[in-house]
Design a protein around this ligand. Structure first.
Ligand code: ATP
Ligand code: MG
Length: 141
């Protein structure tokens, strides 16, 4: 198995509800190591760029409005199969369909306000990490 890095975001709904600690505990509990982290707020331009792949979808503006509605917590996770492992701990996009014990089942409200983002493949992980972090901001160990 390969050691990978992936990008994780605690979305505005979950930050507002003080779920940062609960969510990071689930990630660390899944053998994902936090090697970079920051609390920040996205501008509309940044959110539109980050979710650019969805720009033609009906929910795009809703998604940008939501992602800019409050602070987010962004972290880089490192570990064996980190990309897939993070997606497994996150659960399905729609919290109502997410397996019990997953982050979205426990902390998500609905398909829009679903508590977390996670990179969906090696290429997006690489791009999304570079979107938020300089190499010098990461502390592998
Ligand atoms: P993410 O990219 O945030 O990790 P995901 O990969 O599980 O989530 P995507 O299909 O990439 O799901 O959708 C990106 C985000 O867009 C979702 O997490 C959700 O916040 C929002 N979204 C997706 N589908 C809908 C929808 N039908 N209505 C409202 N928002 C949606
Ligand atoms: Mg996605």
């Amino acid at each position: 198995m390969a050691i990978e890095r992936t990008l994780s975001i605690v979305k505005p709904d979950a930050v507002a509800k003080n779920f940062i600690g609960g969510i990071l505990a689930k990630l660390e509990g899944a053998q994902l190591t936090i090697i970079g982290a920051k609390l920040m707020r996205l501008s509309p331009a940044q959110a539109a760029l980050f979710y650019g792949v969805h720009r033609e979808r009906s929910f795009f503006q809703e998604l940008v409005d939501f992602m800019t509605s409050g602070p987010i917590m962004v972290q880089v996770l490192e570990g064996e199969n980190a990309i897939l492992r993070n997606r497994e701990v996150m659960g399905a996009t729609d919290p109502a369909k997410a397996d019990a014990g997953t982050i979205r089942a426990e902390f998500g409200a609905n398909i829009g306000e679903n508590a977390v983002h996670g990179s969906d493949g090696p290429e997006t992980a690489h791009e999304e990490i570079a979107f938020f972090f300089a190499q010098a901001e990461l502390q592998p160990r």
